[in-house]
Ligand binder design. Sequence first.
Ligand SMILES: Cc1ncc(C[n+]2csc(CCOP(=O)(O)OP(=O)(O)O)c2C)c(N)n1
Length: 342
Amino acid sequence: MISKQGTLTAKQEEGRHVALGLSVKDLLEMYDKMLLARALDERMWLLNRQGKANFVVSGQGHEAAQVGSAYALKRGVDFVLTYYRDHAVALTVGISARDVMLSTLAKANDPSSAGRQFPAHYSFPPLRIVSVSSAVATQIPHASGIALASKLKGEEAVTIVYFGDGATSKGDFHEGLNFAGVHKLPVVFFCENNLYAISVPLSKQMAIQDVAERAKAYGFPGVVVDGNDVLAVYEVTKEALDRARSGGGPTLIDAKTYRFLPHTSEDDDRRYRSREEVEEWKKRDPIERFRRDLLQAGILTEALDQEARKRTAAEAEDAVEFGQKSPDPDPKDALRYVYFEG
Ligand SMILES: Cc1ncc(C[n+]2csc(CCOP(=O)(O)OP(=O)(O)O)c2C)c(N)n1
């Protein structure tokens, strides 16, 4: 098992993005995606509290894990299976802020499902974002199947599949990883390990320390990474994708992170997490951390930061307005895409 955790000095930080093959433009784009995801997420939560969005799953706190990993993909080539917390993955791969809001508000012009799916169940064939189910972990064996198809066709595509730590207790996880290990499939298993499956803490999910350890049983590497460090996440995901693309088989990535808000808009996390614990993790906010690193390395200035915050807030506002003005699905169409219509 490999571990990529720890903090760097400004000088090392500056050298780091060069070593990773990332330009200053890339870094600022990653920062923008993180800010946009956060701005949209905050508005989703408000829309829910105003009774305008039925059900919301927040990704606040997961932005580095999501943007860092998705930024390493060959967008439009690699297959992406997200789970319900992955707004920032969708945005990084190419779903627009407006489309995120159409899904949140279940509108007729939502490209993922025309308002039929739960929100954040993104699906967009041109970007190879594959539709997934709400049933935890079912996307994992699907990902192995897609990777098998790519291998048989000799395609360069790698499949990445996202899930939480709780999903690794499901049989689907073990079957999906075992199959991928046996057939050396081009797939990256990406665990957003936020230490809880709703109210169940990691210590009640598994008797081992790290999700990454589970990879050993299936014959491929498991990597622990600081999931709040966007560049560390980019690095390990890029390595895993490159290895998979060149025939080296799967990798399991265990990105340690934390969700700042309750499990969903229907959950009350005060019943199982102390406020002190939440506040402690907020000190490791991945956006604040990246901001600090970029400022220290002289890549971001306070003025550029303000500009980026204004721009992403305006984009989120536009998405909310656009979403609210968009038509609801027509009840007469409720069964469309459910039964064959000849
Ligand atoms: C098969 C199945 N069982 C139970 C649920 C209810 N459920 C929804 S999310 C969730 C917890 C998943 O936790 P984790 O995989 O750690 O992801 P997180 O939500 O923490 O990001 C559960 C039990 C479900 N959707 N599917």
